[in-house]
Design a protein around this ligand. Sequence first.
Ligand SMILES: CC(C)(COP(=O)(O)OP(=O)(O)OC[C@H]1O[C@@H](n2cnc3c(N)ncnc32)[C@H](O)[C@@H]1OP(=O)(O)O)[C@@H](O)C(=O)NCCC(=O)NCCS
Length: 110
Amino acid sequence: MIEKEILSDTDSIYNYMDGEKVLGYLEIRNVDNVIDIMNLYVNEENRHKGIATSLMNEVIEKEEYSRIMLEVNENNNEALRLYNKLGFKEISLRERYYGEDTAIIMEKVK
Ligand SMILES: CC(C)(COP(=O)(O)OP(=O)(O)OC[C@H]1O[C@@H](n2cnc3c(N)ncnc32)[C@H](O)[C@@H]1OP(=O)(O)O)[C@@H](O)C(=O)NCCC(=O)NCCS
């Protein structure tokens, strides 16, 4: 079950719950209908069960947005596969954003 926690006018967290336990969460910022993915995390023992996909789909279905933006490490294959599957497109690169690693900036337009 997914619960939305409102932190401020712009920031919210979507928590994927199993009873009282949080299995994963997605933190977003929505400013003027442009959403930034601030954080996405699923507990290691609960990965590959579709939890991140469900959290992302909840935001895509429930939030008002014109576009969704995120930054992902070029070597984070799990996350890249997920974002590609959900229709995000690479729009630019930021070199050495994560130490030696490049950040890929991705966007999904409504
Ligand atoms: C990236 C991350 C959020 C993915 O979370 P996840 O819950 O494992 O993701 P999902 O389960 O939704 O999708 C992962 C895979 O599981 C598969 N899957 C989905 N439901 C499934 C099920 N019921 N049974 C088996 N596999 C399933 C998906 O098809 C997907 O496989 P694919 O990538 O080959 O298509 C997680 O690895 C994580 O927290 N990483 C560390 C933090 C991080 O890197 N965050 C992103 C920063 S940009």
